[in-house]
Design a protein around this ligand. Structure first.
Ligand SMILES: [Zn+2]
Length: 155
């Protein structure tokens, strides 16, 4: 291989502060970084996929859900991760955008809170030792989802 440029990366092994599941939507990249900083997470294992927590709450198929659960499992096993952050965001194309909620931001947020609750239940069930936190990125800030009931009941 040909070296393109020189850059010194930290080479020592690390313990991840959290496994972070989020959408690949570029619009939430900056706010995601802000949330991590405020949450004291400087070394995250980022799991960046279309839909973020949707891949657990309403996966397109079993493969998608199992693949993401395996990524969380690997983060825990390889980097001793104890915290799992599950996130989704407003106007996510995998949900049909804000348009799928008729432009109603409150309805959209309520739907995402239920989705995040389902995703959290799945992770809590699969990884009892992990602390699960759920967040929703709106375009005016970040909201923490209330995880009242971790049951797997559908909407
Ligand atoms: Zn998205």
């Amino acid at each position: 291989m040909n070296k393109i440029f020189h850059f010194d990366s930290a080479a020592e092994a690390y313990v991840a502060d959290a496994a972070v599941l989020c959408c690949f939507d570029e619009r939430i990249r900056l706010v995601t970084a802000k949330l991590l900083k405020r949450s004291g997470i400087s070394r995250p294992d980022m799991i960046v996929v279309a839909g973020g927590a949707k891949t657990l709450a309403s996966p397109r198929n079993d493969f998608e859900r199992d693949f993401i659960l395996e990524q969380i499992r690997l983060s825990i096993r390889l980097h001793a991760t104890r915290r799992v952050l599950l996130t989704s965001h407003s106007d996510c194309a995998t949900y049909g955008g804000l348009a799928a909620f008729g432009g109603d931001r409150e309805a959209e947020m309520a739907h995402h809170e239920r989705e995040l609750g389902r995703a959290a239940a799945l992770v809590a069930q699969g990884f009892p030792g992990a602390a699960v936190e759920c967040f929703f990125f709106a375009f005016d800030g970040v909201y923490r989802a209330a995880l009242r009931d971790r049951g797997l009941a559908a909407d």
